[in-house]
Write a protein that binds this ligand. Structure first.
Ligand code: HEM
Ligand SMILES: *[C@@H]1O[C@H](CO)[C@@H](O)[C@H](O)[C@H]1NC(C)=O
Ligand SMILES: *[C@@H]1O[C@H](CO)[C@@H](O)[C@H](O)[C@H]1NC(C)=O
Ligand SMILES: *[C@@H]1O[C@H](CO)[C@@H](O)[C@H](O)[C@H]1NC(C)=O
Length: 382
């Protein structure tokens, strides 16, 4: 995996430019925090599986949204009482050393849960013998730092209470810690998830939304998994953190054509100054596909409702973000969250708790992995 060379769109110049004509609020100059972003050590990647057959496919039925069987926030209160504290210490110091960690972990968590449930299947490294979810095309940018944060937290836990805390729970707790640390809400995380016994390399490309989907198609994906329109809009608020590679929004700023095929200098739903800033920033993206822009150009490192304010102003980065304004099913929620940060935090918290329970495995459907990137035995065991 390549580390994105962060293109710091939040330079004073561009921020001022992007803000010009849209009146930035007092919370605008977060550039300092953002400028601290810097690539960290990569997580060592297992040898990529070349042309080998995939392991057993995960039965889709197992990933249905079910009631939170047997999960409880106190699950480890006897067996590993300091679990949460240990995870928090490890991921907080990782986040301080590398502020891209929070967004990375949050995105990895979404990808884990949406594909066969919150079962750490996304963490399995491919081996010579079996591919895994990491081999899916859509993984291309899952950040190594996020995996590294989870692996380190698990290592620390294994010293204190070996074989007790699942990787799926580590990822769920690490996500909560980082959302809170960047300024977002604290929400309950019921515990007791088991780790998957499989990781299907083709599932992510089927289950996850793409940046070129229509709102309608995204809603189909979410409602098929039991999430409402409101929950989809609230969860998308995670794009208040992190960044996207130019490739993900290039069709909005270069050779743009509307639905009828009519060309325009850029997607007309974009704020023109913002669009021109992105055109300049991404100029070399085909030569250097690691160039990226902040999802939230105003407060990129802060978990807040600015993402929705941006959408109202034509400052949404992905077309899937901005289209939530033109689509009348999603727009009322964008308006509500842009106007009321408390309403956003309340709904995001509830939706994250629900997401964290999606398709969880208990009992014999899973195991407690000894290390997060490998099964305890079988095709990808190390
Ligand atoms: C609604 C449909 C969604 C679409 C189409 C979508 C698409 C994307 C894309 C294309 C990127 C950029 C990836 C890259 O270039 O590296 C991204 C980044 C991100 N997504 Fe989403 N996403 C969606 C929903 C979500 C949800 C529900 C969450 C979490 C709850 C989430 C969390 C994130 C985060 C935190 C990042 C930044 C990652 C980083 O900086 O490393 N996304 N998303
Ligand atoms: C994503 O998959 C590619 C192969 O398609 C692999 O080379 C890369 O290491 C994977 N990325 C991660 C973070 O696992
Ligand atoms: C959307 O993007 C995916 C992945 O980049 C690509 O395979 C697909 O053809 C695109 N779909 C449309 C409708 O452009
Ligand atoms: C904001 O939302 C919260 C939670 O839904 C609500 O209690 C509060 O009254 C709202 N504030 C305003 C100004 O509408």
């Amino acid at each position: 995996m390549r580390r994105p060379s962060l293109l710091l769109l939040a330079t004073a110049t561009l921020l001022a430019a992007a803000a010009a004509g849209v009146r930035a609020g007092p919370e605008m100059p977060q550039a300092a925090a953002a400028l601290g972003m810097r690539a960290g050590p990569e997580m060592p990647q297992a040898a990529a599986a070349a042309g080998v057959r995939a392991g057993p496919a995960m039965p889709q039925a197992a990933a249905a949204a079910g009631p939170p069987v047997k999960l409880s926030p106190d699950f480890y209160s006897q067996s590993c009482p300091r679990a949460e504290r240990i995870i928090a210490e490890v991921v907080q110091s990782k986040q301080m050393a590398n502020p891209t960690t929070a967004a990375g972990v949050l995105r990895v968590f979404f990808h884990d849960c949406f594909v066969t449930g919150c079962d750490a299947s996304v963490l399995i490294a491919p081996t010579h013998f079996a591919k895994s979810e990491k081999d899916a095309d859509i993984n291309h940018s899952l950040p190594g730092d996020a995996f590294d944060a989870v692996v380190r937290a698990k290592l620390a836990l294994e010293l204190e209470c070996p074989g007790v805390v699942s990787c799926a729970d580590v990822l769920a707790l690490a996500s909560r810690v980082l959302v809170t640390m960047t300024g977002g809400p604290r929400y309950p995380v019921p515990l007791g998830r088991k780790d998957s016994l499989s990781s299907n390399p083709t599932a992510p490309d089927v289950e996850l939304p793409h940046a070129n989907f229509t709102v309608g198609r995204i809603l189909e994906l979410f409602t098929a998994k039991g999430f409402t329109v409101q929950e989809m809009v609230a969860l998308s608020g995670a794009h208040t953190l992190g960044f996207s590679h130019c490739q993900e929004f290039a069709s909005r700023i270069y050779d743009y054509k509307d639905k009828t095929g009519k060309p325009a200098p850029f997607d007309p739903s974009m704020n023109p100054t913002y669009a021109k800033g992105l055109q300049a920033a991404c100029k070399e993206y085909q030569k250097d596909p690691t160039i990226a822009a902040f999802n939230d150009v105003m407060t990129p490192g802060k978990f807040d409702n600015m993402y929705y304010v941006n959408i109202e102003r034509g400052l949404g980065l992905l077309s899937t973000d901005e289209d939530m304004w033109s689509d009348l099913r999603t727009r009322p929620f964008v308006e509500r969250y842009a106007a009321n940060n408390t309403a956003f935090f309340d709904d995001f918290a509830r939706a994250m708790e629900k997401l964290s329970l999606f398709g969880v495995k208990t009992g014999a459907d899973g195991e407690i992995r000894r290390r997060c990137d490998a099964y305890n035995s079988g095709p990808n065991a190390l």
